[in-house]
Design a protein around this ligand. Structure first.
Ligand SMILES: Cc1cc2nc3c(=O)[nH]c(=O)nc-3n(C[C@H](O)[C@H](O)[C@H](O)COP(=O)(O)OP(=O)(O)OC[C@H]3O[C@@H](n4cnc5c(N)ncnc54)[C@H](O)[C@@H]3O)c2cc1C
Length: 368
């Protein structure tokens, strides 16, 4: 065979390989979508994977910001659910150093405080009890929310905050030539035929398969004569980044407030600045945020801190930033219809809780 014929065959084979390369798209760059993209390419390096993100941030609800003194900090008050298999995977795959949150994250009621590790244990036993009453086998093994362990169910977290996880994920996907991130592109509509079209305001992208999480904000999905007009309930999660003039009076990691009409949760993120800055992230309830001025909300936060003795009388409180995360939950019926429309072309990823989302992805990939 002459050299030119060999060359032609080589080009044809290469061209064929190029044309059959499967293209997968994911909506959003939250950690769940990034992990999925990374694992897809790890399993099959011939894939092309594109992540479409409407904003210019990476990390979804976990994106990081820069503090006044230049430290990379979280933008939301966060906690990781207790899912030991996922912790082990993250430690080995991303060399993350995870430690039990110290002190334990806590539910704070009017009179009672219960830490999460106690609540996790109680939830498991409540689940077992309820299942037994219904003569059903309790889902202790295959449910990330329930573990039979009695002691030591401590929520873990990266030593310097979830910024470490996002950066580790970023690093992995930046090294992957087969993964591209398309930012500032809002997917408004999805059309399924032989391929999947992702339609935005000024552009349309085409792929073979699409993954979207249950908080993707899409208006319409269609396949031939089937049209799904999306019904999503919007919840705005609001976080205030608050600077204190002194460190907190009590050591805390994450408090979930059970009875306050305004404040939903509080995280002390000073450790993310090597304690050079005294910073709290405070979750504000959406209703309160939309009906009250920021000035009054800050006064309320201060009152809450004082009544919980989180700050001493001389501590002053300043709001540095407001982060707003509008979140669109796809309702259950619509999720079922999406799952039925073309499972080989469009798939939903579980994403209401980060560690649970990771758990299901890792299970699917047979990694745990
Ligand atoms: C403020 C907040 C705090 C949270 N705190 C916790 C916590 O402490 N612990 C926990 O386990 N879970 C928490 N959650 C839930 C958790 O964030 C999710 O489980 C996790 O982020 C899953 O990632 P995701 O990609 O599904 O969603 P997100 O992280 O919300 O990211 C979705 C991304 O998709 C983009 N997007 C959406 N629709 C489109 C579209 N049509 N086109 C292009 N881009 C689009 C958005 O801009 C966003 O960046 C929180 C959620 C929010 C909003």
């Amino acid at each position: 065979m002459s050299f030119s014929v060999c060359r032609l065959i080589y080009i044809l084979v290469a061209a064929k390989q190029m044309t059959v390369r499967k293209h997968i798209a994911l909506i959003g760059t939250g950690p769940v979508s990034i992990l999925k993209a990374y694992l897809l390419v790890k399993r099959d390096p011939t894939l092309k994977v594109s992540l479409f993100e409407s904003s210019s941030n990476l990390g979804g609800a976990w994106y990081s910001d820069i503090s006044p003194k230049g430290h990379e900090i979280e933008s939301g008050c966060h906690i990781w659910s207790y899912v030991p298999e996922v912790y082990s995977f993250l430690k080995s795959e991303f060399a993350l150093e995870l430690t039990p949150m110290n002190p334990s994250p806590t539910f704070v009621g009017k009179k009672l405080k219960v830490n999460y590790s106690t609540k996790n244990t109680l939830d498991t036993y409540k689940h077992i009890f309820k299942s037994l009453l219904k003569f059903k086998k309790p889902a202790i093994k295959n449910h990330p929310g329930f573990y039979g362990r009695i002691f030591g169910k401590k929520n873990q977290y990266p030593k310097l905050g979830s910024v470490e996880l996002i950066n580790a994920l970023k690093l992995k996907i930046e090294k992957e030539k087969n993964i591209e991130i398309i930012q500032n592109f809002m997917v408004d509509e999805i059309k399924i035929s032989d391929q999947v079209e992702l339609i935005g305001k000024d552009n349309t992208y085409v792929c073979d398969q699409l993954f979207m999480t249950s908080v993707s904000e899409v208006q319409k999905i269609s396949m031939k004569d089937q049209i799904i007009e999306m019904e999503q309930s919007q919840i705005d999660y609001i976080h205030f980044l608050i600077a204190l003039s002194n460190p907190t009076n009590k050591k805390m990691s994450y408090w979930r407030l059970m009875n306050d009409p305004v404040v939903h949760r509080i995280s002390d993120i000073s450790y993310q600045t090597a304690n050079e800055e005294n910073l709290l992230l405070v979750g504000i309830k959406g209703d309160a945020y939309h009906s009250t001025s920021e000035e009054d909300l800050l006064k309320h936060c201060e009152k809450v801190f004082r009544s919980l003795k989180l700050i001493v009388p001389e501590t002053s409180v300043e709001k540095l930033k407001t982060y707003i995360f509008p979140t669109y939950y796809i309702n259950g019926q619509i999720r079922e219809r999406i799952n039925e429309i073309s499972p080989s072309q469009i798939q939903l990823i579980h994403s209401t809780d980060l560690m649970h989302g990771f758990y299901y992805i890792l299970k699917e990939e047979n990694l745990i």
